[in-house]
Design a protein around this ligand. Structure first.
Ligand code: KG4
Ligand code: ZN
Length: 337
């Protein structure tokens, strides 16, 4: 079995995965959303302290598996340095105490592998990764070869939902709040720009749209003067503009890339409005849409464990003395994950 740990942002999570069957034998996650909600976003220092309490609490529940562990896996990039360190410190200690190998896991590769937790892997695959930290289209050829085809020039999809929710005084995380409110709203009421609509660039940008939302909130006299209907209409109009932007750029990629399998992963892939739009687009382009089960869309250790299974088979281990947070430089299209 492999014990995997995830602490790259505001979710403390541990999973136990059986190597032979790929089954998740144990999985628990403690989210810190309530604690960060009043700040409208994640406060790294607070997140780190909360991991220091939550991770040992979860680990206690996994003691009965300790004797059968063959490796420890942990997210070591990308993410918040101070929170990654909490998971790394625990993983390092466990690996040394148990004298078993340590596997460093790239968080975004974990998101991609969330697709293969309950299903066989389908490769090659085109993946749209939409999370709180990233918006990327990745061509996943194999375990070793994952090429970034398009990336965000500024805010990510999840981040834009979080920031717009904050502007409307809705709380954190913004994604599920905006999606729920949008169901009651008129998506055509507010005229918002679809980012890079007339640009040939195959890239994503959401800061301009976010600013347009801010101007609409100001025009309403600030969020305190907005009615529930105003907020629902603005949420729906914003979500529609995000969808149109993602679809427009995805169409350009679909037109170029013959890969039949397409997937959406990451926290924002839980959004049904976006999922439904991609279902239609994939039918139009003759592609098959793959999504991870809802419980594995946002950050979790099960996806880290799933990736670690393949890394274990390839003996991709790291010396516990050498593991550290890898500070990831901004990735450009054409680079590999
Ligand atoms: O993948 P994730 O858990 O963490 C990162 O790796 O960043 O993604 C969290 C992000 C948050 O920004 C959250 O607002 C967004 O995913 N999110 C959503 C939805 N559920 C979560 N965004 C849009 N619609 C949703 N239903
Ligand atoms: Zn994530």
């Amino acid at each position: 079995m492999i014990l995997s740990i995830e602490s790259s942002c505001d979710d403390s999570s541990i999973a136990i995965t059986e190597i032979k069957t790929k089954k998740i034998l144990y999985h628990k996650k403690i989210s810190q959303e309530a604690e960060h909600s009043c700040y409208g976003g994640v406060v790294p220092e607070l997140a780190s302290r909360l991991h220091a309490v939550a991770l040992p609490e979860i680990l206690k529940e996994t003691k009965s598996y300790f004797e059968r562990l063959k490796a420890i896996a942990v997210t070591n990039q990308p993410g918040l340095g101070v929170t990654l360190l909490e998971g790394i410190a625990m993983a390092k200690t466990l690996a040394v105490l148990q004298s078993i190998p340590l596997i460093p896991v790239h968080h975004l590769k974990g998101h991609i592998y969330s697709l293969f937790i309950e299903k066989e892997s389908t490769l090659p695959l085109l993946v749209l990764l939409i999370s709180g930290g990233h918006t990327q289209v990745i061509r996943v050829e194999s375990f070793e070869c994952m090429e970034i085809l398009a990336t965000s020039m500024d805010d990510s999809v999840g981040e834009s939902f979080d920031k717009c929710a904050k502007m409307m005084g809705l709380g954190y995380p913004g994604g599920p709040l905006i999606e729920a409110l949008a169901l009651k709203g008129d998506e055509n009421r507010f005229d918002l720009p679809v980012p890079l609509r007339n640009s040939p660039l195959i890239a994503f940008s959401l800061s301009g749209l976010k600013n347009a939302v801010r101007l609409k909130v100001e025009a309403c006299g600030g969020h305190k003067s907005m009615s529930e209907q105003d907020k629902a209409d603005l949420s729906a109009s914003f979500q529609k503009a995000v969808k149109l932007h993602l679809l427009q750029k995805s169409k350009k990629i679909f037109a170029k890339d013959p890969i039949k399998d397409f997937a959406i992963v990451g926290g924002a892939s839980a959004n049904n409005y976006i999922r439904n739009a991609y279902e239609k687009l994939c039918t139009e382009f003759g592609k098959k849409l793959h999504v991870a089960p809802l419980k594995y869309c946002s950050d979790n250790a099960a996806m880290i464990g799933r990736y670690a299974l393949d890394a274990y088979a390839k003996k991709q281990f790291i010396d516990p003395d050498k593991i550290d947070v890898v500070s990831t430089k901004k990735r450009q299209a054409g680079m590999h994950l």
